[in-house]
Design a binder for this molecule. Structure first.
Ligand SMILES: [Zn+2]
Length: 162
């Protein structure tokens, strides 16, 4: 099966997007746009595990996107422009809830999807497990009730529909 490439914007990350088998990319600036702790932790988890990769688009692509945005009158941030530029370079689809991003993407023949439209409609759920005896907890705890070891967190294997 051929992997599909997707570029994720911050709304996709905040919206609880959970990567599957395909290839996912974002730009460095997205990290700075994420403010809530749950989304921050989710993003850093997927960056650390290599599930989402950070790439920097070329200046040439950035200029091309900026020109289109000026033409269409869409008010895009530098992050938005870089995300679209990266999609151009990777020949990928972009996942975004932002109307301006979607509009400029369509002008550049980039496919876009919102997370709700995507076949992958999942919200990540965390589970907590004991580092010592591996007992699973549904809520965060400091220490295991049974063995006293530290409780860690990981994404649950189960998938939830939006
Ligand atoms: Zn334990």
């Amino acid at each position: 099966m051929k992997l599909v490439k997707y570029v994720l914007d911050s709304s996709a990350v905040i919206g609880g997007f959970l990567p599957e088998e395909d290839e996912y990319f974002t730009v460095y600036e997205v990290i700075g746009e994420i403010e809530d702790d749950a989304s921050k932790e989710r993003l850093s988890y997927f960056l650390n595990s290599g599930k989402i990769k950070i790439k920097t688009p070329k200046q040439e692509s950035i200029n091309r996107v900026r020109k289109k945005a000026t033409e269409s009158g869409d008010n895009l941030s530098l992050t938005d422009i870089k995300l679209i530029a990266l999609s151009l370079e990777l020949d990928s689809s972009i996942i975004s809830e932002d109307y301006g991003i979607q509009n400029v993407s369509s002008m550049l023949n980039i496919k876009f999807k919102s997370i709700r439209e995507l076949g992958i409609k999942e919200i990540i759920q965390w589970e907590y497990y004991c580092m010592g005896c591996r007992k699973i907890y549904s809520k965060d705890k400091k220490n295991c009730e049974d063995c006293g070891s530290i409780i860690k967190r990981r994404p649950m294997a189960n998938k939830y529909q939006l």
